[in-house]
Design a protein around this ligand. Structure first.
Ligand SMILES: *Cc1c(COP(=O)(O)O)cnc(C)c1O
Length: 418
């Protein structure tokens, strides 16, 4: 059987793990150990030569286990499995999504550089860009979904630092309203500003679509970033992150991770491997449920507007429809909607929910609802909120794996009473 032809979901239970190395255990044990014993001194020397890049790995030589800040089986096997979904050469897992994002940004930018990013980005990312990076004298320029290539290029040139553009970081579809950004258009901007001396790095935070429904590397991105806390972990019980890309780029990211020491621990690695076994069945069910939930919301008299990719495909502009078709394999399981009224009605709706829990985060097995304007996006500037339709009446819903009839019944009773 040709294993390279198998789909990722068929490989999540076994790929990269040899039972014979672990007493025949069917599952990879938790390697809760800080360090690894070398068979002899020469072996230790040879492992370090590779780890510190003093020599190239020989053909089919694997990097030996040294110390859990550098490598650990639970992380390495997990990273190999994550590579399958995104068809990436290499992956690094982190103890949070924020550590994946911040490490990648710090590796590919230096003081004086310019960052281009899409608005809105995740609140933590936004804060990192506008506070920490600013302190390092790394300036940034934001753009919104729907801007043309020429408009974005103009923004970069107007900053006066076009020759310092080092990185483009985007999030699509945007949280919370599912506005979409064309990754290939951003790859063209990357090429426009890349010179023989400096490569502009294009990174995509793919948390919202998980590794199933959007594959940024195949559209010209250099790095894919995840909060693995969301769909990858999927059970709202672990914080983790991941970064994927080419061997060359990931060598740099992993190098900085080694020295910041923000890699995931073995227990996190084990939990995520367990989660990956059901990634596809969970996400398929969530997307299916979201379709039913969106159809219900679309027809409810107390709901004014529903932000859902399945609606964009019907009512979006021609450009949006084309990007949606080219870039997404599903409409996803994230929905936002406006209730008629304002904060009072939105809060009453949230407080009335019974099965669906009132909490931030997303992508887990249980459905969650929240109020972006006062919660996840509380920190966003008022004018940006307005431009992004983050108003008092907006609710964000992460659809889980429950029976969709039960979810709809809960939404129905909560809307009735708001
Ligand atoms: C949650 C989230 C993050 C941050 O991830 P943590 O695991 O909480 O550090 C980054 N980006 C997006 C889109 C997220 O939803």
């Amino acid at each position: 059987m040709d294993y390279s032809q198998l789909k990722p979901e068929s490989l999540m239970m076994s790929y990269g793990y040899k039972p014979s190395l672990s007493e025949g255990a069917i599952k990879c044990p938790i390697f809760q150990t800080s360090t690894f014993v070398f068979s002899n001194a020469l072996e230790g020397k040879r492992f370090f030569e590779v780890a510190y890049g003093l020599r190239e790995k020989e053909n089919d030589e694997e990097l030996g286990l040294i110390y859990s800040r550098l490598n650990n089986p639970d992380l390495e096997i997990l990273e190999n499995r994550l590579c399958l979904w995104d068809n990436a050469e290499d992956c690094a897992v982190f103890e949070s999504g924020m550590s994946a994002i911040s490490t990648a940004m710090m590796e590919f930018m230096q003081p004086g550089d310019l960052l281009l990013y899409s608005k809105p980005v995740y609140g933590g990312t936004d804060h990192f860009i506008n506070h920490f990076l600013k302190k390092l004298n790394i300036e940034s320029v934001g753009f919104r979904a729907g801007e043309t290539k020429e408009e974005i290029i103009q923004r970069i040139e107007a900053s006066g630092k076009a020759d310092k553009l080092a990185m483009i970081h985007i999030e699509t579809p945007a949280n919370p309203t599912n506005a979409i950004i064309d990754i290939e258009l951003c790859a063209e901007i990357k090429s426009y500003f890349t010179t023989s001396e400096r490569e502009v790095i294009l990174s995509v935070d793919n948390t919202y679509m998980g590794p199933l429904w959007q594959h940024p590397l195949s559209h010209g991105a250099d790095l894919v970033l995840y909060s693995a806390t969301k769909y990858i972990g999927g059970h709202s019980d672990v914080i983790a992150g991941a970064c994927l890309g080419s061997k060359e780029h990931m060598g740099r990211v992993k190098g900085l991770r080694t020295f910041l020491g923000n890699m995931a621990g073995p227990w996190t690695g084990w939990l995520l491997m367990r989660s990956l076994e059901t990634l596809k069945v969970r996400m398929d069910q969530q997307a299916q449920n979201a379709e039913y939930v969106a159809a219900f919301l679309n027809n409810h008299p107390k709901v004014e507007h529903v932000y859902y990719l399945g609606n964009t495909t019907k009512h979006g502009s021609e450009t949006e429809k084309e990007v949606l078709q080219r870039q997404y394999k599903s409409f996803g399981a994230m929905i936002a909607f406006d209730v008629i009224g304002g904060e009072k009605e939105a809060f009453a709706f949230l407080d009335n929910l019974k099965l669906i829990k009132l909490a931030v985060s997303l992508g887990g097995t249980e459905s969650l609802a929240e109020h972006p304007q006062t919660m996840t996006h509380a920190d966003v500037a008022a004018e940006d909120k307005e431009a992004m339709n983050i108003t008092e009446k907006l609710i964000r819903l992460s659809v889980g794996v429950e029976n969709y009839n039960d979810l709809i019944a809960d939404l129905e009773q909560a809307l009735e009473n708001c």
